[in-house]
Every structure is written in C-alpha cells, then in structure tokens.
Design a binder for this molecule. Structure first.
Ligand code: FMN
Length: 188
C-alpha cells in the first residue's frame, strides 16, 4: 500500500544546512512509498518558562496542532557536547506539558523512531540513550530495535555538500525505516 502512514520529521539541528535534515531526507527516501515524511520545524519556539506557558505561545500551539496530523515521528538528532541539543530538549519540555491542565501529554503513545549522528566516531549513542529515556518518560512509544547511529558524518558529504551514504550506512538506515513501518502498524 502506498503512503500508508504520515510521519512527522524532526531535525535535531536547526541550521539551514543541518546534517540532521540531510539524514531526514535519506529516511524519507528509505521509507519510499510506504509512508510520507514531512519535516515540522520548531526554531521559533521560545525557551520554556512557566511564566509564559499560558496562554500557549503561538509557535508551540502551531507545533502541537501540526503534530496531531501525523501517525508517527522520526527524530534525527546530532550529538552536542555528548548530549541532546538544547533546542530539541526545549521542544520536548514544551511537549511534556499539557495544552490544558489535566490533558494527556501531547506525545503520549506516539510511535517514534530515533536516529543519531555525530562529527566524531560515536554516532551520538550516548545522547541517543538520553533522548530515548526522555521520550519514554513522556509516554511515547520509542522503537527499541533496530538502532542506528552515524559517526564521522562530514566524511559522507560529496564535493557539493550532498550526503552520500555508503552501503553499510544505507543498510542501517533502510533497516530502521522498514522496521518502523511494522512498528507503527502495531499501534493502529
Ligand atoms: C554545539 C555543538 C556541540 C557538538 N558536540 C559534539 C560532540 O560532543 N561530539 C561530536 O562528535 N560532535 C559534536 N558536534 C558536532 C555535531 O555532532 C555535528 O556537527 C553534526 O553534524 C551537527 O548536526 P546538525 O548539522 O544537524 O546540527 C557538536 C556540534 C556543535 C554545534
């Protein structure tokens, strides 16, 4: 079946030429016709502060509303100082808060695929574990296996700045994308 699911893509890097976004595009290709992936941006969301929580800032409301339109989420996260990038953690802090007191958390039960990358050799496995832990705490359904992380990412760019995955990286990415389709089906 083509475009069985709609998936929200979250880039852990906010820059225009973000490596995370380049990887999101690869996830989109790997999903092929089984799902459509659309990036939701969040660079305009303010730093969480209880004093500005209500009324909900427009950018937060916009993000939460967009998220409702999708079946699942893919997060591609870069390693920043052995940790989760601040912008992404801030987004999760906002998503941990109900729209109205007593409401369920916005990403409760949401199926999520997590991938990580880094300039160094680690591939961001340490922050990937932290991110999984935060998402689990928020009640999201994070796909436990297979896991993929990509180290030395700048070595994967060609002379035009395009990402050229080698066969091994492509294999890990395809395995994650294929497994994620089956994983989403469990919650439908
Ligand atoms: C603030 C900052 C901290 C970083 N910390 C690490 C690090 O601890 N280990 C590492 O391998 N790479 C580190 N990097 C490199 C990033 O992982 C790499 O540049 C990645 O491709 C950035 O993804 P993005 O373009 O989506 O932001 C850091 C980069 C930045 C900007």
């Amino acid at each position: 079946m083509s475009n069985q699911y709609t998936i929200a893509g979250i880039s852990g890097g906010l820059s225009q030429n973000s490596m995370s976004r380049k990887f999101l595009n690869e996830v989109s290709k790997a999903l092929g016709e089984q799902a459509s992936l659309t990036e939701i941006t969040y660079g305009d969301i303010p730093i969480y502060n209880q004093d500005i929580e209500f009324p909900t800032p427009e950018a937060v409301a916009r993000f939460r509303n967009e998220l409702k339109q999708y079946d699942a989420m893919v997060i591609v996260m870069p390693e920043y100082n052995l940790s989760i990038p601040g912008g992404l953690k801030n987004l999760l802090d906002w998503l941990s808060r109900p729209v109205n007191a007593g409401d369920p958390k916005p990403i409760l039960d949401y199926p999520v695929l997590v991938l990580s990358l880094s300039a160094g050799i680690s591939g961001g496995m340490v922050p990937q574990e932290s991110l999984r832990s935060v998402l689990a705490y928020l009640g999201a359904n994070v796909m436990p296996q297979p896991r993929a992380s990509f180290g030395g990412v700048y070595g994967m760019l060609d002379e035009h700045g395009q990402l050229q995955l080698n066969e091994a990286s492509k294999g890990f990415l395809n395995a994650s994308a294929t497994a994620f389709i089956d994983y989403i089906a469990k919650f439908k």
